[in-house]
Write a protein that binds this ligand. Structure first.
Ligand SMILES: Nc1ncnc2c1ncn2[C@@H]1O[C@H](COP(=O)(O)OP(=O)(O)OP(=O)(O)O)[C@@H](O)[C@H]1O
Ligand SMILES: [Mg+2]
Length: 388
């Protein structure tokens, strides 16, 4: 599970240092206004507003069919919006053909030319621009190294694996150094290790060249690792836009919470809300929790309280300290993963709570066993209240 440590906001020296989206004086580089795409009476993209800032690596995350590719294709100019406008660097490009836009796109079904070698495929975009031969050769060499294909430069696509073909497509999209690069599932065909490596290469490249990336993915870990911000998309709309740690730590609703790893959910009732301080009461146990919630909630209204498994402490002795939510239970299941263990604990109220604990000690010294009676506790401020 990723804990949002990949949050890239405030990276010193990065192309997108700081948090321009929090500064109302900053001009967005890409501005999407009330964008809608209908296919017949089906709405694939529904009235989306979006601001992306220069040098961001913005990811769009969502399940299959939620409209990610359609949105990207409209940005690239391959799909005409039913309504709305798209601006890049202040210029309205909605009616501009794809080749005039300062944008390059790598498609989900990456197209490489079958009759050209890897090298020729990568060089294609630059050759068309009639750049000097040496420049082309140098840039192709850089790209081949970037995607780790130098020794396959003379092969044709049918002599490559799916993942290798995808890397050729990625190199082809990058070599023209566009202002905006749209990548639709760019790393989907790569194996885990190469994907992680390429993720870091993408981030480095973006820092070096200052390209603004918009990356579509359905892999939440990838989004967490890469993104300055993530937009979670569902059925043509954005459910939440935020930094990796915001969407992880403060999911707006269950859909977002569930999308980013495991979470324990409790049904609850709002007792009071004042100036963002909220008190809720958990069903069943009547346990009261005080935490923060940005939006006004009426007393008596229903909500859910979420707590991530790694925020829950498990111990044999009662925990000490104030501001804790505490419950007792019995270890029902445990799984050892080397660096951490996952416990499933049946609480007094009869529900199962998942706990993810770092293994500070060696396994032989692990103290907890099946059927042990334990205390579970967490800092109440780590609870997140959700209402949708
Ligand atoms: N040309 C088209 N005509 C009709 N419906 C379309 C067309 N293109 C896309 N759709 C529909 O619009 C919806 C969004 O499609 P889109 O390709 O944007 O999804 P996606 O989020 O990229 O999904 P995936 O993760 O599977 O690639 C889908 O329900 C799809 O069937
Ligand atoms: Mg798609």
């Amino acid at each position: 599970m990723n804990t949002g440590s990949g949050d890239r906001t405030g990276v010193a020296g990065g192309a997108c240092s700081g948090t321009p989206w929090r500064d109302p004086k900053q001009q967005p580089f890409i501005e999407v206004r009330s964008l809608t795409k209908r296919f017949g009476d089906f709405t694939a993209v529904n009235n989306i507003d979006l601001h992306i800032y220069r040098g961001e690596l913005f990811t769009i995350l969502g399940g299959s069919g939620c409209g990610k590719s359609t949105l990207l294709r409209m940005l690239a100019g391959f799909e005409e919006p039913s309504e709305g406008r798209i601006l890049i660097d202040g210029l309205d490009i909605t009616d501009m053909p794809p080749y005039e836009r300062p944008v390059n796109m790598m498609f989900q079904s990456y197209a490489v030319f079958p009759h050209m070698t890897v090298e020729q495929n990568i060089a294609y975009g630059l050759k068309k621009e009639k750049l000097p031969r040496d420049t082309v050769r140098q840039r192709v060499k850089e790209m081949l190294e970037l995607v780790q294909l130098p020794e396959l430069a003379r092969r044709k696509p049918q002599q490559l694996s799916g993942g290798q073909q995808q890397r050729v497509a990625l190199a082809r999209a990058l070599i023209k150094r566009p202002k905006v690069l749209l990548l639709d599932e760019p790393l989907a065909a790569l194996d885990k290790k190469l994907r992680e490596q390429t993720q870091f290469e993408l981030m480095n490249l973006q820092d070096q060249l200052g390209i603004t990336f918009v990356v579509v993915t359905h892999d939440q870990e990838e989004a967490m690792t890469l993104a300055t911000r993530i937009a979670v998309m569902r059925a043509g709309s954005f459910v939440q836009i935020g930094t990796p740690s915001e969407v992880y730590e403060f999911p707006r609703n269950l859909y977002v919470a569930d999308f980013f790893g495991s979470i324990n959910i409790f049904d609850a009732t709002v007792i009071s809300w004042e100036n963002q301080d909220i008190t809720v009461e958990l069903d069943g146990t009547g346990t009261r929790i005080q935490t923060r919630h940005p939006k006004t909630l009426a007393s008596g209204s229903r909500c859910q309280v979420g707590i991530r498994p790694e925020k829950v402490l498990i111990s044999k002795k009662p925990p000490e300290g104030a501001g804790q939510t505490v419950t007792r239970g019995v270890v029902q299941d445990l799984a050892y993963y080397g660096n951490r263990s996952i416990y499933r604990v049946r609480s007094e109220a009869g529900r199962v709570i998942q706990v993810s604990a770092q293994n500070y000690q060696r396994s032989a010294e692990l103290l907890l066993e099946w059927d042990d009676e334990v205390f579970l506790s967490w800092d109440s401020s780590c609870s997140v209240v959700m209402t949708e």
